[in-house]
Design a protein around this ligand. Structure first.
Ligand SMILES: Cc1ncc(COP(=O)(O)O)c(C=O)c1O
Length: 365
């Protein structure tokens, strides 16, 4: 008989990931023709034209396996980031890298320190490997690095720092990280997830690559899914000491990053003007949304990212549902423990306007 006893017991603890609803699903379910998705922190501008051109060319070559070593992108990115090629690892999205990190380092005895309200994949990856999650509540909606340092024990193996933090959009500063790292033993790995790195405009944000020279225990994760607009292709990367990269690389599947993603990522790195445009669009969209939330008397957290956490001061589940029925998908924050809040991705100007118009109507009804 098939029952729970057949699976690894760690698996039973795992709750399925709840992604932002796909546009096609909402159209199908609600019979809508126009749907705007502001739920998954994607770049609303779309990929750089140069990247699209490379994808089209690459389509003719997908009968062959991709370069498992990601040679050309590795070369380009190493030069851009200012590290050696051996200090990079690529993944099928940074999600895959989180899984690889867990598989490489987390044992059953291992304690993994994770902020109380952050990206859910750190818990997911830890739970799959049977590690013990040590949850440290946010302080003023940001990672409490003092409390995270205080939570370190001889069993601590990994510490996840989501910077900027999803879903609050807050950062930890260079000063905070400097103090924190002084308290972390050499054999405890600190993972900085910088998925929204390109959007950050706060001068206090740490350039974590600079820590690599003096800290062998740091791993930085970034992605092409957000500002580089390649979420559908699945490509992210890790930066760390070569010894760590070599260990993680043992767990990696040989052809984990597909051919189209590699080519499009190179073109996206070259398309600097598209990145700048994406960041500017985000900046102006943020300011527009702040103004509108102010007018509506809604509190929100100023963000270092491309999404905003907004407090509706009332149960948000029905607002989420009402907006969806009007063709706007945002993120309900219930699964993060914020019953009264929503998270909205900054969209194109017209998308932001439609969202605000509909939000006003829903709240006034
Ligand atoms: C903080 C954070 N890290 C990682 C990811 C995953 O990114 P990727 O598409 O590279 O797997 C996301 C996606 O939403 C994220 O918000």
């Amino acid at each position: 008989m098939i029952d729970e006893s057949i699976v690894r017991q760690e698996i039973l603890k795992i709750e399925p990931y709840v992604p932002g609803k796909p546009i096609e699903e909402v159209k199908r379910e609600l019979g809508l023709e126009e749907v705007i998705k502001l739920a998954s922190n994607e770049n609303p501008l779309g990929p750089a034209p140069q990247a699209i051109k490379k994808m089209k060319e690459a389509a003719k070559q997908v009968n062959i396996y991709p370069d498992g070593n990601v040679h050309y992108l590795r070369q380009k990115l190493a030069a851009k980031v200012g590290v050696r090629e051996e200090e990079l690892i690529f993944g099928n999205g940074s999600d895959e890298l989180l899984a690889l990190l867990a598989q490489t380092f987390i044992t059953e005895q291992a304690e993994v320190i994770i902020a109380g309200t952050t990206f859910s994949e750190y818990r997911f990856a830890t739970n799959i490997m049977g590690g013990k999650i040590v949850s440290v509540p946010l302080k003023d909606y940001a990672h409490d690095l003092e409390a995270m340092a205080a939570a370190i024990t001889p069993n601590t193996k990994l510490i996840f720092i989501c910077n900027p933090n999803n879903p609050t959009g807050t950062i930890v500063t260079k000063e905070e990280v400097d103090n924190f790292l002084k308290q972390v033993p050499d054999d405890v790995l600190v993972i900085f997830d910088e998925a929204y790195y390109e959007y950050v405009d706060n001068p206090a944000y740490p350039e974590t690559v600079n820590y690599l020279a003096n800290h062998e225990n740091i791993i930085i994760l970034r992605t092409f899914s957000k500002a580089y607009a390649l979420a559908g292709l699945r490509i992210g990367y890790g930066i760390a000491n070569q010894k760590l990269i070599d260990y993680i690389d043992r767990v990696r599947q040989p052809f984990n990053v597909n051919l189209m993603a590699q080519k499009a990522a190179i073109a996206s790195l070259e398309a600097e003007e598209h990145l700048a445009k994406s960041v500017e669009l985000n900046q102006s969209g943020k300011e527009y949304l702040y103004q509108e939330f102010d007018k509506l008397g809604l509190e929100y957290l100023p963000t270092s990212s491309n999404f905003i956490l907004v407090d509706l001061a009332q149960d948000s589940a029905w607002v989420f549902q009402e907006l969806m029925e009007r063709g706007i998908i945002i993120r309900n924050m219930e699964s993060f423990g914020y019953q009264d809040k929503i998270r909205v991705t900054v969209g194109l100007p017209e998308e932001n306007q439609v969202f605000i118009t509909q939000l006003k109507e829903v709240l006034n009804n």
